[in-house]
Design a protein around this ligand. Structure first.
Ligand code: ARG
Length: 266
């Protein structure tokens, strides 16, 4: 008798363990916690994402790793380039993208975005001796941009859509090379990126110009396929990482000063 109670207990325990294992710890019902997610990026946009000794690195990578940890997911980053990144997410071949991607109305029609994690604006990069002082001065000049960016849209709003003086490149590094080689008079791209480039490459003798009148404030977000059930988990995790001090730590490591957290909460 005693024995059979013992074995019944043992059997029950085995059964409960089996049920627990089958559930796979799915506690929230949304997404698949612990799952390895495929993250796509265009790693030619320092300091947000770039290749260093064969490794994808940057502020975005450190930030997303912190968010992944908070949300309980694993990640695998793939550097596939800017245009392919939108195609992969739209075709649901990858789970999410991080690439200093500006949240805007046009993109929101085809993609879902997380809550914002970084404020940005376009800026003009020119040779030190350039006479360009504002966005208006870009009229009549050759301007290099990364194809399909808000930088391209910003230049188009001044020169006109498909204007022959707008030179479009697959990535931002190529646009900057064009400027350095004299094929363009200016590059328009995100402020942090052009400021870093000018600072880290003093031999190239470049300067940056801001134009708050023509270039508006933008916010970066994580980008998901439309209707992705990951969005809810990640919105929560992004907010947590921003509120618990982790974001500020990573920000300070990359940029040396305190972030304006209020701007992200607007
Ligand atoms: N923020 C701009 C946009 O969303 C440029 C981003 C480019 N990012 C990159 N990794 N190349 O259009």
């Amino acid at each position: 008798m005693k024995k059979s109670i013992k074995s019944l207990f043992a059997l029950t325990m085995v059964g409960m363990l089996a049920i627990l294992a089958a559930c796979g710890g799915s506690d929230s019902g949304s997404g698949d916690k612990g799952k390895k997610l495929e993250v796509v990026t265009d790693a030619a946009y320092a300091p947000f994402e770039y290749m260093d000794k064969g490794e994808i690195t940057g502020f975005d990578i450190d930030f997303l790793n912190a968010v992944m940890k908070e949300a309980g997911y694993e990640s695998e980053f793939k550097n596939i380039g800017w245009d392919p990144l939108f195609a992969e997410i739209q075709g649901e071949k990858a789970d999410l993208a991080i690439s200093a991607i500006t949240i805007n109305e046009e993109r929101k029609e085809s993609f879902d975005f997380s809550t914002p994690y970084f404020e940005s604006t376009n800026m003009i990069l020119v040779p030190e001796d350039s006479d360009i002082k504002s966005a208006e001065d870009l009229k009549g000049k050759k301007v290099a941009v990364q194809n399909g960016t808000t930088g391209q849209a910003a230049v188009e709003s001044i020169l006109g859509k498909n204007h022959k003086n707008i030179k479009k490149f697959e990535n931002n590094t190529l646009a900057i090379m064009e400027l350095i080689q004299g094929g363009a008079d200016a590059v328009v791209a995100d402020n942090t990126v052009v400021i870093e480039y000018a600072k880290n490459n003093p031999d190239k003798k470049l300067k940056t110009i801001k134009d708050e009148k023509n270039f508006e404030s933008e916010f970066y977000g994580l980008m998901f396929p439309k209707g992705s059930d990951l969005k809810a988990d990640f919105d929560k995790a992004v907010k947590e990482v921003i509120n618990n001090g982790t974001y500020s730590e990573i920000y300070k490591e990359w940029f040396g000063d305190e972030p304006d957290l209020e701007a992200l909460k607007k």
